[in-house]
Design a protein around this ligand. Structure first.
Ligand code: SF4
Length: 737
């Protein structure tokens, strides 16, 4: 038996795992948390253990599938690529670049090959029709961060190990271990916060697992966080609580902001958000008074009509109280590789712009190069120039994860061609003409390109492959390059490895100039593909060894020699270096956001609907395919409709009974769970269920399919700035089924 180490790829917490591999070197026999991992210190959740089941799952695809006469049959990789070439080759030449779209799922960022080479496919396609999971739950935070700090991924995260006050909205890290915040063992860190006299305050319509351990829980009307946050910002100005401290010379727009929030006194906000004015003022005073404090908002603040405004106001509060970029506050991680905010000129940049193009049918503005996922169906359905005729999905299951999957499902059937890159035949990939299987997490090397940019502590970890890849399996990076070669006319027979080497050489010559030959020679130490790019990024990155100029610096070899990873220390202040705004300052009052306040004013007097629905995060779930793993599927049925006892009584619902939940002419049924953890007037159903559609191959998930919350939601309802879907606070009707 041997021991290997692997960062868990199942959620954003990126825990380090210790794997026991049998003597054949071909089977993982045990998984536990890696005690020596300097970042996660042995923590793991039930999902981490299930990684073995995922690898062994007989439903997991290992061979390409090609649809023949309406049925999937196994095919060789060559046959699959030939089929793709028949379907995609020349399609853009005939109908234009936008005729082929791309739908990207969040597992991409957990895989080195997909995360590094997805952009190559994107570039080859040159399409405006790019859709991703970002417009389902996180684009508001990316947009507000881009507007304020100059880059989409300059996202400040709580420095939880040093804070004394953590105010959290719409987040449940007891279940998630962070989102846009990589923080394994949140429970342990929250306990430590409280043990040193700190305070955790949670604002959420449900008494979540996080709210249950908090010092204070405040129930808020779903979708009304913007009113609370505006009331808090108003209080800071109104009561003279501003203390920008070290940020004073770096923040622009304070006066403009003060004028903009003038109409939003807590007394005018209280009824709309359901939190009284005195409490709103208290929250603002507590944050301002905290020696080390921070506000953090997540999914619940993004999946609502004011997602971008909420995300902005969270950081406005952190800036105005001097809690941004200070120990114990909201801080910017410094990733060892692939972070745009460590590249180029430090301290200023081009900033971001949105709306460089608009979606063809709804006219939704592009944000970070993407069109809202809610536009995908209409772009397929609507004839005319630029109509979407073919789609490539990568680890993406929008039929379940996006609003109104039924419409999208029907639209996918109208495509001329669809190719999916996925490990399951699921609700979305069943529509494909060809499915290419990905590798198991054990079968490929790994480095987290994304989560090092969001981590509570700076670190670097690299894992070589734990098990050999199956004979003949095309690695993911090569498969993506094959797709790119097909769409750009080079054909499936293109030597993509040689093309990649040429691209690497070009990049090295751009970066290293006269030293390029020496750098290229050094990179040849690694297998062709992602590891060469990774070594280049690490060694030329902010901690890098500069190919020998700084011998104490990082390289891929150093990471390989440190199998548990390397701790790079607590987060450090980075302003102004991290900024990439044109002004070189933190933009507190971006005009786009101030203008959007008009919507808030118009909505101030909206009455509370009788009943609204929200989602909920669960420890044993994340992506929909986790429902196919027996270890996670067993135990009490979890796709229940949580409802407050008073609402249950009023509506004639009983524990364990069935409820029909309806919106417009669509309805679903779900098992009722009566609980006072819900605030009255709010119903909660977890997200990503509904595995009862025909034509999938996920046997365990189909045994207890659950109900699809998204089936009720409106794909046209979104935050107009970020294009993010509105998934929370949607009015519904509920009756006994
Ligand atoms: S919290 Fe669980 S699923 Fe997430 S990375 Fe850690 S072990 Fe994996």
């Amino acid at each position: 038996m041997t021991t290997a180490y692997r960062i868990c790829p199942l959620c954003e917490a990126a825990c380090g795992l210790e794997l026991k591999v049998d003597t054949t070197g071909r089977k993982v026999i045990a998984i536990r948390g890696d005690e020596a991992d300097p970042f996660s210190h042995g923590y793991l959740c039930p999902k981490g253990v299930s990684l073995k089941e995922l690898h062994d799952d007989p439903d997991r695809l290992r061979t390409p599938l090609v649809k023949r006469n309406g049925r999937f049959v196994e095919a060789t990789w060559d046959e699959a690529f030939a089929e793709i070439e028949r379907g995609l080759g020349g399609l853009q030449a005939r109908h234009g670049k936008d005729a082929v779209g791309l739908s990207l799922g969040n597992p991409i960022v957990h895989k080195l090959g997909l995360s590094l080479y997805g952009s190559r496919l994107l570039k080859a396609l040159g399409t405006k029709n790019v859709f991703s999971a970002s417009t389902l739950d996180q684009m508001p935070k990316q947009l507000s961060s881009g507007l304020m700090f100059g880059h989409w991924l300059s996202i400040a995260v709580p420095d939880i190990e040093r804070t004394g006050y953590l105010l959290m909205l719409g987040a449940n890290p007891m279940a998630s271990n962070g989102s846009l915040w990589t923080v394994p063992d949140f429970r342990g860190k929250a306990k430590a916060l409280q043990a040193r006299g700190g305070k955790l305050v949670v604002v959420d319509p449900r008494r979540t697992e996080t709210a249950a351990i908090a010092d204070r829980h405040l129930a808020i009307r779903p979708g009304a966080d913007v009113f609370l946050l505006l009331g808090m910002v108003h209080t800071l100005f109104d009561e003279g609580l501003l203390r920008l401290r070290h940020l004073a010379s770096h923040a622009a727009g304070v006066d403009t902001l003060q004028a903009a929030v003038q109409p939003y006194a807590p007394e005018a906000m209280a009824a709309r958000c359901g939190i009284d004015a005195a409490t709103i003022r208290t929250l603002a005073r507590e944050l301002a008074a905290a020696e080390r404090g921070v506000v953090y908002g997540r999914i619940g603040t993004c999946t609502q009509p004011y997602g971008t405004l909420c995300s902005w106001l969270v950081d406005v509060l952190n800036v105005l109280t001097g809690q941004l970029d200070a120990p114990g506050g909201a801080m910017f991680p410094k990733a060892p590789a692939f972070a745009a905010n460590t590249l180029g000129q430090a301290g200023s940049g081009r900033g971001i712009i949105t709306g460089r193009h608009r979606s063809r049918v709804s006219g939704a503005p592009e944000v970070f190069g993407e069109i809202p996922m809610g536009c995908l169906a209409e772009e397929i359905e609507t004839p005319g120039e630029g109509q979407l005729r073919a789609l490539i999905t990568i680890a993406s299951n929008p039929v379940l994860s996006a609003p109104n999957g039924a419409r999208l499902s029907a639209a996918l059937d109208r495509l001329e061609f669809m190719v999916s890159f996925d490990i399951y035949l699921n609700e979305t990939t069943r529509h494909a003409d060809v499915i290419l299987p990905g590798l198991s997490a054990f079968e490929e090397p790994h480095y987290d390109t994304a989560f090092s940019q969001l981590a509570y502590r700076n670190q670097a970890r690299f894992n070589p492959a734990v098990l050999p890849a199956p004979e003949g399996q095309v690695p993911e990076w090569q498969a993506l390059l094959k797709l790119a070669a097909i769409v750009n006319g080079q054909g499936a027979g293109a030597d993509v490895i040689a093309l990649d080497e040429a691209a690497l050489e070009q990049e090295v010559r751009r970066q290293a100039g006269e030293h390029a030959d020496a750098v290229l020679k050094a990179l040849q130490h690694w297998p062709q593909g992602p590891q060469r790019w990774l070594d280049l990024a690490l060694r030329s990155g902010p901690y890098g060894d500069r190919f020998g100029l700084k011998p104490e610096g990082l390289s891929l070899q150093k990471l390989k020699d440190a199998p548990h990873g390397i701790d790079l220390g607590a987060l450090q202040p980075r302003i102004p270096e991290v900024l990439r705004t044109p002004s070189g300052r933190i933009e507190l009052a971006p005009p786009m956001l101030l203008q959007d306040l008009q919507r808030v004013r118009a909505d101030l007097a909206s009455p509370a609907p009788e009943l609204v629905i929200i989602g909920r995060r669960q420890v044993r779930s994340n992506n929909s395919w986790l429902h196919n793993l027996p270890l996670l599927a067993k135990g009490p049925f979890r796709c229940t409709a949580l409802i407050h006892p008073a609402d249950a009584q009023r509506l004639g619902l009983s524990q364990g009974g069935r409820a029909r939940i309806a919106r417009g002419d669509r309805s679903i049924e779900a098992e009722v769970e009566v609980s006072d953890e819900m605030m009255p007037g709010v119903l909660s159903l977890p997200h990503g269920w509904g595995h009862d559609l025909q034509g999938t191959r996920m046997g365990v998930a189909a045994e207890r399919p659950g109900s699809n919350l998204n089936a009720l939601l409106d794909e046209q309802w979104r935050d107009p700035l970020s294009g993010n879907a509105v998934l929370s606070g949607v009015p519904v009707r509920v009756d006994p089924a």
